[in-house]
Design a protein around this ligand. Structure first.
Ligand SMILES: [Zn+2]
Ligand SMILES: [Zn+2]
Length: 363
């Protein structure tokens, strides 16, 4: 077996390079993953552009699928996985001993343990991100087997895109049979949200976007959106009113990243409605009409990342092949083009409007 592997390292703002790292020795408690595909997240573009975490030097990449190259006996027993299995890995694994971890909220671990933005590649054994040929899987890394019949482009969306949406809309938003859900923003998370809302039983799913989202609107339709609103042509509140005969939505889901959209969400839900936001607003404050929140007893719920239950549900959806989720991945780059991939995901490449960018480190 090879002694070293290649990874793309973010050294500072807009500064990436390919570096070689030693491939770690695996003991009975841990494992090594050969990365087959890794998604480029909006968070990655923020870090590259300098508005996110600054744990440098860093191997980015927290949305990934791969095959187990090596696994210790204890880790194999805990995870139920063996060498050669294809798995997806949750982005956070937590320390296991802090209060949030003990309460099962390892996504809120105070020690911030996870892939792609929390642990620098200066920390041995270095491979803490999936813009790399291999990723290190410590004892606490949470693995889920996924069928090899599923296209890699769909498998790569399991945890971060679909696992997130299932948790945000289903488990946190409480979408249930017959609900009307309005999704603000037609990016990967909004599109994943259509699937999560439909699977949770929503009767009507409305999604908003802009002129530039033409391709995304086509995808939204394929995934089952009932109504698509171009907010550059029709005001979203007026549209939701028209579609629901004045009843408005049960749940609004803001994944637009726009403070203006989030501010508008209080106009979109009915009395007692719920607003869920996983939105990252780049440090900007959102002006919310709290009088409406109070009088209408609206609940605003923050949502961040996936967990065991939501990933398990996402795997069932992905394995069912009911939705053409692989079509969301419109651009795939090789590892040596990782920087280009991040730029493409940040719409920095003229004429390119990817829905989801991924990297295949074998290329
Ligand atoms: Zn992500
Ligand atoms: Zn912890």
């Amino acid at each position: 077996m090879k002694k070293t592997c290649r990874a793309a390292v973010l050294k500072g703002v807009r500064d990436m390079e390919i570096q070689e790292f030693p491939i770690p020795k695996i003991s009975e408690d841990d494992a090594l993953l050969k990365v087959e595909m890794v998604g480029v997240c909006g968070t990655d573009t923020h870090m590259y552009q300098g508005s996110g975490s600054n744990v440098w030097p860093l191997i980015m990449g927290h949305e990934f699928v791969g095959t187990i190259e090596e696994i210790g006996a204890v880790k194999a027993q805990i995870s139920g996985c063996k060498k050669g299995d294809r798995v997806v890995v949750e982005s956070r694994f937590g320390c296991g001993v802090c209060e949030p971890c003990i309460r099962g909220k390892y996504n809120q671990c105070v020690h911030k343990l996870g892939y792609g933005f929390m642990v620098s590649c200066d920390t041995p054994p270095h491979l803490w991100g999936a813009y790399s040929e291999y990723v290190y899987l410590p004892k606490r890394a949470i693995l889920h087997k996924i069928s090899k019949d599923v296209p890699l482009k769909a498998a790569v969306l399991t945890c971060a895109v679909l696992g997130d949406s299932v948790r945000w809309l289903g488990h946190i938003g409480g979408v249930s049979l017959g609900d009307t859900v309005v999704i603000l923003g037609a990016g990967q998370q909004g599109l994943g949200g259509i699937v999560a809302a439909k699977e949770a039983g929503a009767k009507t799913v409305i999604i908003t976007g802009r002129n530039k989202d033409k391709e995304r609107f086509k995808m939204a339709e394929k995934l089952g959106a009932d109504h698509i609103i171009n907010i550059e042509k029709e005001d979203e509140a007026a549209a939701v009113k028209r579609i629901t005969d004045g009843e408005m939505a049960d749940i609004a889901f803001d994944c637009s990243g726009s403070t203006a959209a989030m501010a508008k969400s209080t106009e979109l839900v009915k009395k007692g409605g719920v607003i869920v936001t996983p939105g990252m607003y780049g440090g900007k404050k959102t002006p919310i009409d709290f009088d409406t929140v109070v009088f209408n007893e609206i609940q605003i719920r923050g949502a961040h990342t996936h967990n065991l239950a939501s990933v398990k549900a996402a795997i069932d959806i992905i394995n069912s092949r009911k939705y053409p989720l692989e079509e969301l991945v419109t651009h795939v780059y090789g590892l040596s083009q990782a920087e280009l991939a991040v730029q493409a995901a940040g719409y920095e490449i003229e004429g390119e409007f990817p829905i989801k960018v991924a990297i295949d480190p074998s290329k």
